[in-house]
Design a protein around this ligand. Structure first.
Ligand code: NAD
Ligand code: TDX
Length: 339
């Protein structure tokens, strides 16, 4: 079987490539990635040594390049991780998010139709459901919760989901969608909360918490997300959406304090900065459907996952120091300089 992984040089995509190579050594994994600021070939260093893996630099909105690759590889399954993924950047440049996240999805699905791909899997997010109020801990996102987006990022992801469902109904394209909560783990780009806090705390730099730090996210170790995607794309029902999450809610402040404790750094590093515009209050996934239909359950609890993650950042300092030394400096100054 040949599996085309788009966006495989990013955080979750690279973890997924390793998951597939480890669990299905007989399969061929092909990755197409544009290598934007978030894509990093260093993430795929070991995969590149495997004969069952091929990397192609390319843009999922480039119809010609996509069709050429489909023609060469005739993938059985296409799983789409390629996206602009950072909410704060979507506030700066919404157009880029619409192009990659919506038109990229369309281009891939058109190629799936043309080449008779057996399953197109869309990696979506819980952010398409908007947010839940902090004072209603009894509420959770289910697959039937209405789409209600807050940021250009989440609006672009929700648009893509609607397009996927439209292709399923109109063209009978065999699709599936997973909507996962916040991931954390190895290869997480240091613009996102957890790796940003780890890398800054290690340098004894201030830790910028938005607003009052009471916003809640539902954290899942990245390998558990990879296992869920793998199950759904191989065994999930066609045309279905599956929510993925492990009932692991934490306020941002709790998360940052966990990082500080792991590293033995003082809480005085925490600084409260101007809030994110449109900042979602709380995300919380109800994963009953994927558990009951496919038997999926998370295997890594938050304490274990955070310990492993911090260990990974300690052991892989060159990986993140190379990122921090580049264009990232301008990004950080632009986003946090006057905050
Ligand atoms: P990421 O930003 O780390 O990686 C995205 C990858 O896509 C990068 O390698 C980048 O180079 C590539 N890419 C971007 N534009 C491209 C294009 N036009 N053509 C080809 N490649 C392109 O993102 P991530 O955190 O790994 O997220 C992967 C997917 O999972 C996204 O679709 C995101 O919406 C979704 N998701 C993420 C989370 C999370 O917590 N990070 C949670 C739920 C869902
Ligand atoms: O410096 C920061 N300070 C801070 O307080 C950053 C970067 C974030 N935050 C807050 C904002 C959020 O409440 O931490 C929380 C997590 O922020 P992000 O890491 O930017 O993630 P989030 O906005 O929740 O979105 C993530 O989860 C859903 C991913 O980036 C998305 O790709 C995914 O779809």
């Amino acid at each position: 079987m040949t599996i085309l992984v788009t966006g495989g040089a990013g955080f979750i995509g690279s973890n997924f490539v390793y998951y597939e190579l480890a669990h299905y050594p007989e399969d061929r994994i092909v990755c197409i990635d544009k290598l934007t600021y978030a894509g990093n070939l260093a993430n795929l260093k070991e995969a590149l040594e495997n004969d069952h893996f091929r990397f192609v630099r390319g843009d999922i909105t480039d119809r010609e390049a996509v069709e050429k690759l489909f023609g060469e590889e005739k993938p059985d399954i296409v799983v789409n991780f390629a996206a602009e993924s950072h909410v704060d950047r979507s506030v700066e440049d919404p157009g880029l998010f619409l192009r990659t996240n919506i038109l990229g999805t369309q281009t891939l699905m058109d190629a799936c139709r043309k080449f008779g791909v057996k399953r197109y899997h869309q990696v979506s997010t819980d952010e398409v459901y908007g947010d839940l109020p902090l004072d209603r801990p009894d509420l959770f996102f289910t697959e039937t919760t209405p789409i209600h987006t807050s940021s250009p990022y989440s609006a672009s992801k929700a648009s893509a989901d609607l397009l996927v469902l439209a292709y399923a109904r109109t063209f009978k394209l065999p699709v599936s969608i997973t909507r996962c909560s916040n991931n954390y783990g190895p290869y997480h780009f240091p613009e996102k909360l957890i790796p940003l806090m780890i890398t800054r705390a290690l340098a004894d730099e201030s830790l910028p918490v938005y607003g009052n730090g009471e916003n809640v996210r539902d954290w899942l170790y990245v390998e558990d997300h990879c296992a869920a995607i793998d199950l759904v794309m191989r065994k999930g029902r066609e045309g279905e959406i599956y929510n993925v999450g492990g009932h692991n809610e934490r306020t941002n402040l709790q998360v940052v304090k966990t990082v500080l404790k792991e590293l033995g750094k003082p809480e005085s590093l925490i600084t409260f900065v101007r809030d994110r515009p449109g900042h979602d209050q709380r995300y919380a996934i109800d994963p009953t459907k994927i558990h009951e239909e496919l038997g999926w359950l998370p295997t890594t609890d938050f304490d274990t996952g955070m310990h492993r993650t911090v260990e990974w950042y300690l052991a892989n300092q060159k990986w993140w120091k190379d990122i921090l030394a580049g264009e990232y400096q301008n990004y950080f100054q632009h986003m946090y300089g006057n905050r």
